[in-house]
Design a protein around this ligand. Structure first.
Ligand SMILES: [Zn+2]
Length: 97
């Protein structure tokens, strides 16, 4: 009765990249996305939370291009916990600066 149709995992032909959504240390929702922009052998990562509006585009403005989102995330969490991360919040949130 009214059972949800089971969604089978579709096997993609190409290997799907590791999800870029991680758990936000601020609001603890899994809405933290990490975007890495590569420019040559260096890269820039931008961390954004879709829930609380947390953003960090300062601390990872110059990282090795081999970094994966998970590497950035691990580093970010470490910095965040030490209070060293330069996090901001997008203007759409109510938190005042
Ligand atoms: Zn958040």
């Amino acid at each position: 009765m009214g059972r949800r149709r089971k969604r089978r995992k579709i096997i993609a032909k190409r290997v799907v990249r590791i999800p870029r959504v991680f758990q936000c240390p601020h609001c603890s929702f899994t809405t933290l996305s990490i975007v890495i922009k590569k420019t040559g052998d260096r890269a820039q990562a931008i961390i954004m939370c879709g829930k609380c509006g947390l953003i960090d585009d300062e601390d990872f403005a110059d990282i090795p291009a081999i970094y994966q989102p998970v590497d950035v995330y691990a580093k970010f969490i470490d910095m965040y916990e030490r209070g060293e991360a330069h996090v901001r919040f997008t203007p759409s949130t109510t938190s005042a600066s």
